[in-house]
Design a protein around this ligand. Structure first.
Ligand code: GLA
Length: 439
């Protein structure tokens, strides 16, 4: 019954939003950009990545999208039909054949374009060709379109044109009748560390425009990762089923990844992205990920947090110090279905230490003072070393730290007593504490 009611609620919300019925849960998959870039963008490499998603168990774990980013296109449109085509040397069998291969192997297929005259890498953009491009994508069986923001005639930050042009593509996709996840990306308006929160906050943006929208510049290392997560914390109210804040792709820790993070931060990103209800798009090479990364990305308990049907994005419930400096920490929380809460305790500082959920933290969580809670460690797959927390009583978690790298722990807190749902206050409370935090 609960599931049915939830389904109806989820559907209603989606209708109010983009009306394409897709993206009810954050998409999970692989995107080529950080891995293949332009240089290695070929049909053979994409198939190899897809086959590896199968062999490593990542597809089974939920990573179902294979998304081509920039550089799949031929240098020019077809001179007779005016349609976009795959690059003849990189994708000799054509894009439709690749789409078929991926579908036959259980994947959904994503593709990339740009609202301007050219993509960020200089291939033909969709400006003035919205209807025909959307139709071409639908004809190929595309399930996900990322539209970027480079080479616009009025510049990247002219918001009237920006929302009008992205809106044209949204409408063109809707007209095709094929359910296609629509993801907008501020590729051209992002440097240097520009504030592009308007994709979420503008009345023409957010879920009215797309199923996901980038809220910060590309995540390419720790600084941009911090920026994306802290910015996203302030945007929780804009996300819901059918529309997600997009803090960009996952960076792996394998030394085969073009963009690499220390293991602590790669795993921290996965935990925080789960709390943020963010799209989970792997940016490392699926065929060359080391066992640590595979373990990270196949953690079903963390994925369940990301995909939790309550569909409430989490945020920061306590923050102290300035990130990167000693003694700084951030505690994240997301309300889950069934009255539980997922929490990530991040030690951002220099040294191993306890991170404590104190008064401010408890007051932002949806539990009545004195409620007994079981605490499960979602990375150890076992009860935490202090397996019971009492709401309102300081709860300390040991979090390793290594020079300036820091680390994190992730837990699920669940009320012990039966009928404890009555103890849960309005679930929107988590989101509202963010307003007084420094972002
Ligand atoms: C921009 C986007 C990236 C990627 C590249 C492709 O930089 O932000 O995610 O799509 O363009 O050129």
């Amino acid at each position: 019954m609960f599931a049915q009611v939830l389904h109806v609620l989820v559907s209603l919300h989606a209708v109010v939003a983009l009306d394409n019925g897709v993206g009810l849960y954050p998409p999970m998959g692989y995107n080529t950009w950080n891995d293949l870039g332009c240089r290695d963008m070929t049909e053979a490499n994409v198939k190899m990545a897809a086959d590896a998603l199968v062999n490593t168990g990542l597809l089974k774990a939920g990573f179902e999208f294979v998304n081509l980013d920039d550089c799949w296109q031929a240098d020019t449109r077809n001179s007779t039909t005016g349609r976009l085509e795959g690059h003849p040397e990189r994708f000799p069998s054509g894009i439709k054949a690749l789409a078929d291969y991926l579908h036959e192997n259980g994947f959904k297929f994503g593709i990339y374009t740009d609202r301007g005259t050219k993509t960020c890498a200089g291939y033909p953009g969709s400006f003035g060709h919205e209807d025909i491009d959307a139709q071409t994508f639908a004809d190929w069986g595309v399930d996900y379109v990322k539209e970027d923001n480079c080479h616009s005639s009025t510049g990247a930050n002219d918001l009237d044109t920006l929302f009008a042009e992205f809106g044209k593509f949204r409408d063109a996709l809707n007209k095709t009748g094929r359910p296609i996840f629509f993801s907008v990306c501020g590729g051209g308006d992002q440097w240097p560390l520009n504030d592009i929160r308007y994709y979420a906050t503008d009345s023409r943006g957010g879920a009215k425009l797309a199923n996901s929208w980038r809220i910060t510049p590309d995540v390419i290392g720790r600084l941009t990762l911090q920026d994306a997560s802290l910015t996203n914390a302030g945007l929780a109210d804009y996300a819901g089923p059918g529309g997600f804040n997009d803090p960009d792709m996952l960076l792996s820790s394998s030394n085969t990844s073009v963009r690499q993070l220390p293991v602590e931060w790669s795993r921290t990103q996965f935990s925080v992205w789960a709390v943020l209800m963010a799209p989970l798009l792997i940016g490392g090479p699926p065929e060359k990920l080391d066992p640590f990364d595979i373990e990270t990305y196949t953690n079903a308990e963390v994925i369940a947090v990301n995909q939790d049907p309550l569909m409430k994005q989490g945020t920061i419930v306590e923050k102290s110090g300035i990130v990167f400096l000693p003694q700084s920490h951030v505690i994240w929380a997301r309300n889950l279905s069934g009255g539980s809460v997922a929490m990530v305790f991040v030690n951002d500082g220099w040294a191993t230490r306890d991170v404590t959920c104190g008064e401010k933290c408890w007051s932002a969580l949806p539990f009545k003072k004195g409620t007994r809670l079981t605490v499960r460690d979602l990375w150890a797959h076992a009860p935490a070393e202090a397996p019971i927390a009492i709401a309102g009583t300081p709860y300390s978690v040991f979090v390793a730290g290594f020079w300036s790298i820091g680390d994190s722990r992730m837990f699920k807190l669940t009320p012990v007593s039966r009928g404890s749902e009555r103890d849960v206050r309005d679930s929107s409370s988590v989101e509202h504490v963010i307003s007084d935090l420094v972002i």
